[in-house]
Design a protein around this ligand. Sequence first.
Ligand code: DAH
Length: 339
Amino acid sequence: MKEKITSLLEQAEAYSIENTDHSEQFRLKFLSKKGELNNLFADFKNVPNEEKKEIGALINAFKEFCQSKYDASKELFSASASAQSIKDDFTKPGFPYASGGIHPLTATRQRIISIFEKIGFTVASGPEIEDDWHNFSALNFPENHPARDMQDTFFIDSKFALRTHTSSVQVRLMENNKPPFRSLMPGRVYRNEAISARAHCFFHQVEGLYIDKNVSFADMKQTLLYFSKEMFGEQTKIRLRPSYFPFTEPSAEMDVTCFICNAKGCNVCKHSGWVEIMGCGMVDPEVLKNCGIDDQVYSGFAFGMGIERIAMLKYRVNDLRLFSENDVRFLKQFQSADE
Ligand code: DAH
């Protein structure tokens, strides 16, 4: 009996099925009422009890093989048959296929870029693994500044770290090119933070740099007002609050009128009517010097904003982690987000 099953299995394996007729013949030979499989089941009655377990398993394996070979052939030929009929009838509607959407962070980044491109900014990029000079020293961070601390920075070794902000790209740009600059530098940044709804160990920023002769704080204010109106609506107002960054002097933090409640007060703006969206300031002359630019001739401004923060405000997302979890139930909600 064992030999018989093995030889039938070999036959079934070798059976070539090239069309629907072959597939039907295969079924008749092996799987039909009068087919080989049923014959085996009939013979099984005569198998001595002590062999039943082993022979039973062999018959089952044979059955499974034949059934799946037959099923696969049926599926193959029915798919190609329908493809064939579609080919023949051009008036039939096409197969609908699921289209993806643009990730909300990508959509936000592209929106920011396209707003600044309209006023002459171009995009630049730099490495995510940075040395101390580009991430800190050239940007005027004092030797013992807390941002250099192990708690904030992912160090790779004594020389390299994952960049903690895109401001490092400013330095590379200024070192390697000649002014004037009108640049936007989007990219991913890393901080050694506990992951929560409001903080992550990586996120995205867009850095801006504008350097030329006779650039003033008023130029910065007007540029950022233009951006805010384009991004959040014509009625948007901005306010600049004094702040501190080692690489700008004077430095400011910029708020926009809350576009969710039209500055009337809601829980997003904590009932103040304002939401903070970026840091900015006039590039510190020390930074220009560090990058080989004559600070007597040139001046300029810089700004930096978090893409997640802007996307969270714009789309009212209340958990930062959602952006990197790739949950399609979240992502599908942005299928129509404009780029
Ligand atoms: N690098 C700052 C940060 O990560 C953001 C920033 C503030 C960038 C002021 C700038 C600036 O260019 O001028 O928090």
